[in-house]
Design a protein around this ligand. Sequence first.
Ligand code: ADP
Ligand code: ASP
Ligand code: MG
Length: 416
Amino acid sequence: MPRLVMKFGGTSVANLERIRSVARHVKREIDAGHEIAVVVSAMAGATDQLVGWCREAAPLHDAREYDAVVSTGEQVTAGLLAITLEGMGVNARSWQGWQLPILTSNAHAAARILDVNGAELLKRFQERHEVAVIAGFQGLHKETGRITTLGRGGSDTSAVAIAAAIAAERCDIYTDVDGVYTTDPRVVQRARRLDRVAYEEMLELASLGAKVMQVRSVELGMVHNVRIFVRSSFEKPEDIDPRGIPPGTLICGEEEIVEQQVVTGIAFSKDEAQISIRRVQDKPGIAAAIFGPLAEANINVDMIVQNVSADGATTDLTFTVPAADYQRATEVLIKVKDRVGYERVDGANDVAKVSVIGIGMRSHAGVAAQAFKALAEKGINIRAITTSEIKFSLLIEANYTELAVRTLHSLYDLDK
Ligand code: ADP
Ligand code: ASP
Ligand code: MG
């Protein structure tokens, strides 16, 4: 029998009414002859509240206990959905990460899935025609026996890993938008839904700010060739023909995309901070002396720009770090001041990174140059630039984010 994974995010299970609607989506697919594993998130807002409680209890807390707390949101929804399905006459049972088990590394709060036991699910599909309702976001570190979580948005990753483990025909990601758009449809009304997007592009979109899919889930999908279909849970379940093709976006291999545009989408992130080190000595070993200690402190440095200072003898070094690490990064730099030798550190939290993504850029020159011109015409100053084969990113003042995204969206013909 064809097998499907159906994943429902927080807004899709926000209350009992929404959970009943989810159960009807599941029943539709069961009635169409599918074997189903469902993966659920916590109710909308639940994880934020749990995270908030941990911070309130103690700003610096043990990550193992944080995981014990924040994993509970998914336990609730998995149980409630199983109860609801049973009430509708559908055989179902809930599974927590440790029960299946879903084995992970011990990087608490950001654990990676190592192995998923799909055999028990397959056995129960066959013997009991039972729907598996699995708590997303959580797993087990085998050696310590402790519960882990996969990082925010991690239920997407649970779903794709389970789809790979049971060789599902498709992994449906049901959410509050009906697919992946050229940019966040809540910010740009003219954003267009993409019928298909390549894994590599989705990887860039996700890691550069489009939180519709967790980055790690796309990586896993790419490695195991899982067909991921992003669609809406807000349509009436009974209006959907399980054999038809509903509105949505298929994340798939590049070779399956027939009409390739130069630019596929635009992502943005305001969770950036800029640090500029002024008048650094211009001599070998300085970059290592600065970026080494930052790496040791586990701070991810992203865009880096170096230019000669006004005096010609020293250099200015500008780079970005995640906004959450801004304070820590500044402290690290102050500690190494004597060793490095610089005049001062300037910083700004009010910056944003806007990124343009498209596989078509591999074979087209001048795509970024068009952006520089269009943004200049709007009076938007670019503070730093990075490029790679299928994307470029621009650092700008945060106030201009929406204007920049809309400008680039029109420039590359993405408006609907
Ligand atoms: P869920 O709770 O279902 O996991 P998320 O909130 O994690 O849902 O992801 C869905 C949200 O992602 C949408 O509401 C939308 O605002 C946002 N989003 C950002 N970029 C995009 C994009 N390019 N396409 C679609 N949605 C996007
Ligand atoms: N509930 C978790 C979160 O809010 C995981 C998820 O929803 O994917 O991050
Ligand atoms: Mg999500």
